[in-house]
Write a protein that binds this ligand. Sequence first.
Ligand code: IP8
Length: 246
Amino acid sequence: MTTVLKLGGSVITDKATPETVDDDALDRAVGAIADADVSRLLLVHGAGSFGHHYAEKHGVTPTDGSHDAVGVWEIHDSMRRLNDEVVGRLQSAGVPALPVHPLSAGARAADSTLSLASDTTATMLAEGFVPVLHGDVIAHADAGATIISGDEVVAHLARGLDADRVGLCSTVDGVYGDDGDVVSEITDFGDVADALGGSDATDVTGGMAAKVRALLELGAPASIFGPDALSGFLAGRSVGTVVDGR
Ligand code: IP8
């Protein structure tokens, strides 16, 4: 059983203060992971108050690249420092976590096809480690380096490792329907198109609609849930909104 879990950047950092970890929130998430009995676990974290402001400063997005090594390093270094913090705390809690940095472990082709760390992470999992990846900058043919989001890392490795379960721990309890309640299951985008705003315009802003569409194509059930449900997810329970397009 392989589980891919993303800790959202807004869950583990204080978004209001640049480059600040939310100590209590990160410790709670680390505690839930340390207490869980999960055999093959791969973690990914987002940027939160790390990474994004440097990406903005240097004009780097998932599609607009840069050839300025100093700028690319500044973005990466911010994410690397957050990753150090996450890996360090996991190890202190007894979790056999190891860092995997997308900048050093993958690339995008000119048509944006991604190759990323499939062999590295498969071997780490087989050896009992918990690989910890993150949103990052990544070399991109004909564009220099572009941003890769944590969600894209999750989708790529969930497919590459043939994951059985995917979890996105975010600041919301799941996907909210028209009635204001969390929808327990989504099997078709039409189920929530009205509530999420199904237009392409919504998708390009990368909001919940884009997330749900991407998860429907994963080939594995994916749960979107809040921090309080993390232990339940790791215990195998159905929490938040389960998105399953199979
Ligand atoms: O927070 C963004 O990752 P995300 C990564 O998962 C950078 O979207 C470097 C801004």
